[in-house]
Design a protein around this ligand. Structure first.
Ligand code: SF4
Length: 262
């Protein structure tokens, strides 16, 4: 039994195609529903599901409590690139582990993710194999595309006929690791901004009198709250300025869970 972890982003499609060409036996494509996806994302998920099933794979969507309920339960937002980035664990890792335990109680299944070293500095030393991965419930984890370059990834995607996206997975929109271009995209969705702002307002303030916002002001030139963060993303550099953080490349690190964004 094989488990292909998929965010339905580009490399997930490549990994699915790799699995079709290289794996045998019962193979699941496992997608996590974070309840926080972009409004258009379900069309992409549906397309991948159809392709997977047409090629003999089983597509499974794992449900979770959803981002909003999680944030309200925790009384705070996950913090990007910190030990408080609990969203991937709570919305994906734990629900997936629980589901796998039902279908694979003997832990004989193999897990696969599409992580690539080329994707970021943060992933440059990513292993190709982890024996008894804790995040995968003690099953072995394989990362067969770890040394793939973008061109090799794209060659696999092209075989599927599925679009190569110019942005990362939109399974969470916005993701807490969003960068400026993601916020610019978000500016086209005023309803989502309104919704996040409403949650932020209802979450109140910390003991230190700081507003509980989805994105930390010091990483976004002092912008407080989702509306200001999106406004900052649309400004020329320098607005909401914090002098030592002008280079946003230094400010953002991709999620390290191995479950998100690819
Ligand atoms: S995609 Fe982003 S917001 Fe969603 S669970 Fe992963 S790190 Fe958290």
């Amino acid at each position: 039994m094989n488990f292909i972890f998929s965010s339905c982003g580009n490399v997930s499609v490549a990994l699915m195609q790799w699995a079709i060409e290289n794996l045998s036996g019962e193979t699941f494509v496992v997608y996590s529903n974070t309840g926080w996806e972009a409004p258009f994302w379900h069309e992409r998920v549906d397309e991948i599901k159809i392709y997977a099933e047409k090629n003999g794979l089983k597509f499974v969507t794992i449900e979770s409590e959803g981002m909003e309920a999680l944030v309200r339960r925790k009384k705070g937002w996950p913090m990007a690139a910190s030990k408080f980035q609990f969203c991937s664990d709570e919305l994906k890792v734990r629900p997936a582990r629980e589901w796998m335990l039902e279908v694979d109680p003997d832990l004989k299944g193999k897990c696969f993710t599409g992580i690539r070293r080329e994707e970021s500095e943060h992933r440059k030393d990513a292993p190709s194999f982890i024996r008894q991965s804790e995040r995968h419930g003690g099953r072995d984890l394989f990362c067969p595309l770890v040394n793939f370059k973008t061109e090799q990834r794209n060659e696999l995607i092209k075989k599927t006929g599925i679009e190569i996206l110019p942005y990362p997975s939109m399974e969470c929109f916005p993701c807490i690791n969003s960068n400026r271009s993601n916020f610019r995209m978000l500016s086209n969705y005023p309803d989502i901004i309104d919704h996040i702002e409403k949650i932020e307002n209802e979450m109140g303030y910390t003991r230190n009198g700081k507003k509980r916002t989805m994105f930390r002001p010091y990483r976004h030139m002092g912008a407080v709250g989702i509306r200001e963060v999106v406004e900052w993303s649309l400004c020329s550099r320098g607005k909401y300025k914090k002098p030592d953080l002008e280079n946003e490349q230094l400010s953002f690190m991709p999620c390290s869970s191995g479950f998100c964004g690819f």
